[in-house]
Design a protein around this ligand. Sequence first.
Ligand code: PMP
Length: 436
Amino acid sequence: MLKPSTAGNRSELFFSEAQDVFPGGVNAPEHGFALVGGTPRFMDQGDGAYLIDVDGNRYIDYVLASGTLILGHASHRVLGPSIEAMTRGTCYGAPTRVESELAWAVTEMLPSMELLRFVTSGTEAVMSAVRLARAFTSRPRLVVFEGHYHGYADTVLARSGGSVDARGTRGGIPPDHGIVLPAEYAISVLPYNDREAAQRLFEQYPDEIAAIIIEPVTAHMGVIPPADDFLPLLRELTTAYGALLIFDEVMTGFRVHPGGAQTLYDVRPDLTTLGNVLGGGFPIGAYGGRRDVMALAAPLGLVAQGGTMSGHPIVMTAGLATLRHLREPGVWRHIEHTAAALADGLLDVARAAKTAVFQTHIGTMLSLFFTQTPISDWRSAQHADTDKFAQFFHVMLQNGVYVPPSPFASWFVSTEHGMPEIEMTLRAAYRAFRSL
Ligand code: PMP
């Protein structure tokens, strides 16, 4: 394996200081370089499509905070209204109109979300949606898919077969066989895109399944779209057996289509979770869906969910500015075209450099696997050569391109990425492929 690219002096210093105060020197594993080796770059500034680190190095950013920054870094469209709102007060602990304005934008874009709630992270949104589904159906069992990620609440981190958390982190989570354990841990893990396995599970537990939760396009083992008819089958099974279908669109919302995967594939879930793009760069989550299900949330119903910072006015303002701009004619299509140019270009340069890759690409997201074997689920994703990815990552970084520091994360594009950035990226990629 190549030596990881060297970080500048200040990143090295700041990382060594951070390791004294944070486990692993970071506040989230995905901020570090654990999967690619080396020192994470400490960032000082974002500027459109670029990140600038504390040593003054400039990178074209394809991470965009897990895809959050769909309008790029420090967008004036987001900053202007957010700063104006902040001068009137940072938060009130009381309702504000902007909460409803953002909710209207969401329900227009994702009409299945008849009633919704804003929370402060995707993890909270998922936790709340699952609790609601169990309350609505009076059933315990939750169905999840291998390799899908739904945040880090106990309810969705399961074991058996593979881990549902691609990183395999499940310490502190009770085993899931649901026999001696309290019902809240009853969970079944299915292979993604396996129709027969889903059918069999419903036959095995016809009266026990509260809900299926799925990333309708998974983004945590690289981007992997659903097999044809997989989502419609899940819709049919859940309806037939009286279970709920939850689409976790924290990642795919506004990214695979302005109306999310549910609009792209025309499958209406009972509940949806959102996050990332929705907050315009500030912490957010949302869950919502069928009016009769959502009516169980307190104070209308008995399902607990609250939050000091829920519906935070600055976050709502930033989110509203983001969605408003995304809905302007041509804006989303432009990002999609840029992503397509990047995806096609990467395949071309890989071919020119005689490097075998498998690529997936949908909407404004893409990923690149170092394998020729088609990837459709967690097991096939294991064929990807993670050492090669790490080498590729470091050569890209040295050439001013910041791709996700994980072979199983998605790349994202923003409104601020244009042809100059794509061309620079492809030149760097050619060098990186040739170095392998
Ligand atoms: N679900 C999905 C599909 C996610 O991608 C993520 C992380 N972005 C989460 C849930 C958890 O969201 P958060 O990190 O905001 O808690």
